[in-house]
Design a protein around this ligand. Structure first.
Ligand code: NAD
Length: 320
């Protein structure tokens, strides 16, 4: 008997090669999870692989009588009802490492865009101007990078910034001295990062501790030349305080890839805020990352269905 794997949300087929190439599995891709074809396949599936579009809620889970695993090809599992899945003995997997490099490289793109004013220079040129004086930038070399969070992504950003000859200060209360030494960064308190860094880049999860971490008071304590980048999670930076700080010149610039509400509302004050670079949650959006996150999840599903090993599941302790 083959194990039916249902993949939706345009999960990379190349990333699921481990399953596609093994005749113990039948892999079906149905990208529209609201379709009848999806519901029919779901009723027979032992594993479901989604990205962020499909809500794996209790209704969907109860329509999947044979389900043993849900794989989220990406980092966050906000769209999976892990509590109900655990009650139903369904293992839930994510792929936390698959888009690390993609997110770190986007951070570098935002950093360089900010200090060299690439987006506004490009807009000005397209508008018919040739205004070289307005777009004099600053260099990254010898600047202080202040990382808030230096886990997978923050660590990769630190390595890349080292190549740009920057000095890196890190605020991360959970980082060991060994890891800091390995990354060549200096562990300091949050106040030191806020007051001394030229470029502050945030790479933390959204938790009770990190929500609103960069608020009006933090922004006021930064140097007027500082720029702030958030490609982690919306809500870590207070958007209203940031818009105000940019409008009044409290800080020099900012770049955001993530927002309190996504998609960013059409009337968000951020949309016409000066010195702000905005991208629509593109951190993990590279061809390579999409393959990699699917590959990570495929390996877990293989381990569960063939090796009976559920150790990589986010809800492993609740499984029977
Ligand atoms: P990670 O778990 O490897 O690293 C997070 C780091 O934050 C850890 O080192 C942890 O010790 C630190 N941390 C936790 N609480 C903290 C606090 N209160 N103050 C300071 N540091 C704290 O995670 P990661 O893979 O590096 O991801 C970082 C963030 O980026 C996550 O929020 C993730 O969801 C997000 N992300 C965004 C995109 C995107 O598309 N923009 C893509 C991938 C990941």
């Amino acid at each position: 008997m083959t194990h039916l794997i249902l993949a939706t949300d345009k999960v990379s087929a190349e990333g699921l090669k481990l399953l596609h190439s093994d005749d113990r599995f039948e892999v079906v891709h149905v990208d529209d999870s609201s379709s009848q074809e999806f519901r029919d396949a779901l009723a027979r599936a032992e594993a479901l692989v989604v990205r962020s579009a499909t809500e794996v809620d209790s209704g969907l889970l109860s329509a999947a009588g044979l389900l043993k695993a849900v794989g989220r090809a990406g980092v966050g599992i906000d769209n999976v009802d892990v509590v109900t899945a655990s009650e139903m003995n369904v293992a839930v997997y994510n792929a936390p490492g698959g888009n690390t490099v993609a997110a770190a490289e986007l951070t570098m793109a935002l950093m360089l865009s900010l200090v060299r004013k690439v987006p506004s220079a490009e807009r000005s040129l397209r508008d018919g101007r040739w205004d070289r004086a307005a777009f004099k930038g600053t260099e990254l070399r010898r600047k202080k990078l202040g990382l808030i969070g230096a886990g997978r992504i923050g660590g990769e950003v630190a390595k890349r910034c080292h190549a740009f000859e920057m000095q890196t200060l890190v605020y991360d209360p959970y980082l060991t001295n060994e890891r800091a030494e390995e990354l060549g960064v200096k562990l300091v308190g949050l106040t030191e990062v806020i007051e001394k860094a030229d470029i502050i880049s945030i790479h933390v999860p959204l938790t009770d501790e990190t929500r609103g971490l960069i608020d009006a008071e933090a922004l006021e304590s930064m140097k007027p030349s500082t720029v702030v980048i958030n490609a982690s999670r919306g809500g870590v930076v207070d958007e209203h305080a940031l818009a105000e700080a940019l409008r009044t010149g409290v800080i020099a610039g900012a770049a955001l890839d993530v927002y309190e509400q996504e998609p960013l509302p059409a009337d968000s004050p951020l949309r016409d805020c000066p010195n702000l670079v905005l991208t629509p949650h593109l951190g993990g959006s590279t061809a390579e990352a999409q393959v990699e996150v699917a590959r990570e999840v495929a390996a877990h599903i293989f381990d569960l269905l063939i090796e009976r090993d559920s150790s990589g599941a986010v809800n492993a302790p609740s499984l029977r």
